[in-house]
Design a binder for this molecule. Structure first.
Ligand code: HEC
Length: 363
């Protein structure tokens, strides 16, 4: 036997002994070379470049861990609910048609769940009131919320730590198999940042790949035009707030749902404690809006027709009503055809490609 073969046999035996002798959690630590694979987030050409966190670079391993956690029911107290239970892909990751989401033991939350896509444009805070500054801060909130998953972070960490599969996933993503809340939130942030929506009919028209019908085109003009009483061009003024390629300025605003005496949920003010923020909520993106009903922070409107009627004739005055709405507070008097056109335009924002993308599905 020559030396080379002897060497190969002896190293193989050593390796085999090493693999057999160590218990599952230590075996991952034996791998000397910890290496992650960078993930390049690609967005369609008509969308602006994503704003990604510099301190949490996307990697295939981080995303894989985030995905496992997103669909993990152990994150809830009684093992019945995962993030995936309240955020359905076919509904742009909002809850199905529920007004308020249902957590453990059938407990009901107090706000309508928000969709998840193009999170890399949300630079002004998460949730309806913006109380989470970064996506990663947002990601662990539901675990300890008694109305959602009702579990403690400590228990979750222990549960995950006791599973070999998770120790391996954490090791692969971060080079260390110890489960921590920070690593969990970073991994979930990575997974959610990969949800891209930019292939609706609207986007295809922008890129010259499709054409609007006459009705959709009239709806688009209404959406992007100022409302001017008596003027020649009639607009519905939507673009002031539902602006930019993501159809939201991501600001907190009062769009006239209630008068002051009717304020039930103080929205942004609940977090900032400033009366000037009373009843202000984050302007939602209108991408995929056809599948995210019911609408508004409290899910008060079941259909988009009702939403359009709200802006057309239902604006209520209050001290924090947005200035951009003041112009339409006495009603826009849209014709039936105009309402229909506006709806037709909103329906062009549905992105089937994103809604069915296999990459985001639980395997
Ligand atoms: C002053 C800013 C502003 C203007 C102008 C505006 N919106 Fe909104 N819109 C908002 C805010 C803020 C919300 C969320 C309010 C809440 O839930 O309390 C919202 C919610 C919505 C929703 C519900 C989305 C969801 O996921 O629940 C739709 C649909 C919508 N707006 C469409 C329109 C249309 C169509 C127009 C034009 C006719 C328009 N908006 C004009 C600020 C505005």
């Amino acid at each position: 036997m020559n030396n080379r073969i002897k060497f190969i046999i002896s190293t193989s035996i050593l390796l085999a002994i090493a693999l057999v002798s160590c218990t599952d959690n230590e075996s991952t630590n034996l791998i000397n070379e910890f290496e992650t694979t960078p993930y390049t987030l690609v967005v369609p050409s008509n969308l602006p470049a994503p704003i990604l966190p510099q301190d949490n670079p996307l990697t295939y391993e981080g995303i894989a861990l985030g995905k496992a956690l997103f669909f993990e029911k152990m994150l809830s107290k009684d093992g019945t609910v995962s993030y995936g239970s309240c955020h359905n892909q076919s509904n742009a990751f909002t809850d199905t048609d529920k007004q308020f989401s249902e957590g453990i033991e059938g407990k009901i939350g107090d706000r309508n769940s928000m969709p998840i896509f193009n999170m890399f444009y949300h630079t002004k805070g998460f949730f309806w009131d913006g109380r989470a500054k970064l996506l990663r801060d947002q990601s662990l909130g539901p675990i300890e919320n008694p109305l959602e998953m009702g579990e403690t972070l400590e228990n979750v960490v222990n549960k995950l730590q006791s599973e070999f599969e998770y120790r391996k996933l954490f090791y692969n993503a971060f080079g260390d198999s110890t489960v921590t809340p920070l690593k969990m939130s970073l991994a979930m942030e990575q997974f959610m940042l990969t949800f891209v929506s930019g292939n609706s009919k609207f986007d295809k028209v922008e890129r010259g790949e499709a054409q609007f019908t006459d009705s959709e085109l009239r709806g688009k003009q209404l959406f992007f035009t100022e409302f001017e009483t008596g003027g020649e061009t009639r607009g519905a003024d939507c673009f002031h707030c539902h602006a930019t390629a993501d159809f939201s300025n991501h600001e907190f605003m009062n769009n006239g749902l209630d008068s002051e005496s009717e304020f039930k949920d103080l929205g942004r003010a609940q977090f900032t404690k400033r009366p000037t923020d009373n009843a202000k909520f984050k302007t939602p993106s209108l991408r995929n809006v056809a599948v995210t009903g019911p609408y508004m922070h409290d899910g008060r409107f079941a259909t988009l027709e009702e939403v359009i009627e709200h802006y057309n004739s239902g604006i209520k005055e209050s001290p924090t009503l947005d200035v951009n709405i003041h112009g339409i507070k006495d009603g826009m008097n849209l014709t039936e055809q105009e309402k229909h056109d506006l709806l037709a335009f909103l329906n062009t924002l549905t992105d089937e490609y994103y809604l069915n993308n296999e990459e985001y599905k639980e395997k």
